[in-house]
Design a protein around this ligand. Structure first.
Ligand SMILES: O=C(O)CCC(=O)C(=O)O
Length: 259
């Protein structure tokens, strides 16, 4: 069965910069994917011993080959926050990058039948303190590495029910229309990657309260972020980003076409 976007969905994505499709994966599938995610986390922890450790704005990062691990700030520095890319750590995550429920809507967005993988990451917002993500766009991170900066749609798969309590994903509706916006010039190392708050209106924020197994398609230019997880519940997500076919991946430079 194909999962292409309807004209109405496509128009919504074009105008708003995002689109939600709830309950695309069954509870059993989500359970299996949570297992894959936690296996990937264990494997990343093991590999981290061989990696190169560095700090940006006092936050710990480890590069292992072309994989980057980001940790929670002190005193939780042993807790992984982001793994990018993650498909190399687990066969099931790799298969997911080819699942038609994810890739057919991307084909609709890119208006292409063949696409390739740009990057993928696991965001592990753990209970009682998993950090938030300040308002930002993805495109300024990628502009120096991609020739297709306007053609990098993201897909967010929620692996837990999410709402404001556990730091659900949020977008500034229609903010993608401005292209790459300026960053904050606050003198920190990472400040330039957070969007200047004068360039968007926080009252346009949409909190995406979604059940596990839901997908959010979002434009690489949309301003997005999320609050910390102060609840007792997990808020785990897998975000996969695509591009036109035959293009090298961010970090590894490998070409992974998806037909
Ligand atoms: O997982 C989230 O809530 C936000 C993720 C995000 O902004 C990102 O990975 O670029």
């Amino acid at each position: 069965m194909s999962s292409f976007l309807s004209e109405e969905e496509n128009n919504f994505y074009i105008n708003e910069g995002y689109l939600v499709r709830e309950n695309q994966f069954t509870i059993e599938e989500v359970d299996a994917l949570r297992g894959a995610l936690e296996r990937a986390v264990n494997s990343a922890h093991e590999k981290a011993n061989e990696g190169k450790v560095y700090y940006l704005d006092k936050k710990k990062f480890v590069d292992v080959g072309y994989m980057t691990l980001q940790y929670e700030p002190k005193p939780s520095e042993d807790i992984l926050r982001v793994i990018e890319p993650a498909h190399i750590l687990d066969e099931q995550l790799y298969s997911l990058t080819r699942d038609k429920r994810i890739t057919d809507p991307v084909r609709s967005i890119l208006k292409e039948t063949e696409i390739s993988l740009w990057t993928d990451k696991l965001n592990l917002k753990r209970p009682r303190g998993g950090s938030g993500f300040g308002w930002h766009q993805d495109s300024p991170y990628w502009i120096h590495d991609s020739k297709n900066i306007d053609l990098l749609p993201n897909v967010y798969l929620s692996l837990d029910d999410a709402d404001e309590d556990n730091g659900c994903f949020r977008v500034i509706r229609a903010s993608h229309k401005e292209g790459c916006l300026p960053g904050t010039a606050d003198g920190t190392q990472l400040g330039g990657f957070y969007t200047d708050p004068n360039c968007f209106n926080e009252s346009d924020a949409v909190n995406l309260r979604i059940p596990s197994g839901s997908l959010v398609f979002f434009n690489q230019h949309i301003v997005h972020g999320s609050e910390p997880n102060l609840s007792d519940q997990q808020r785990r997500a897998y975000i996969i980003t695509y591009q036109p076919k035959d293009q090298p991946m961010l970090k590894s430079g490998a070409v992974i076409n998806i037909n």
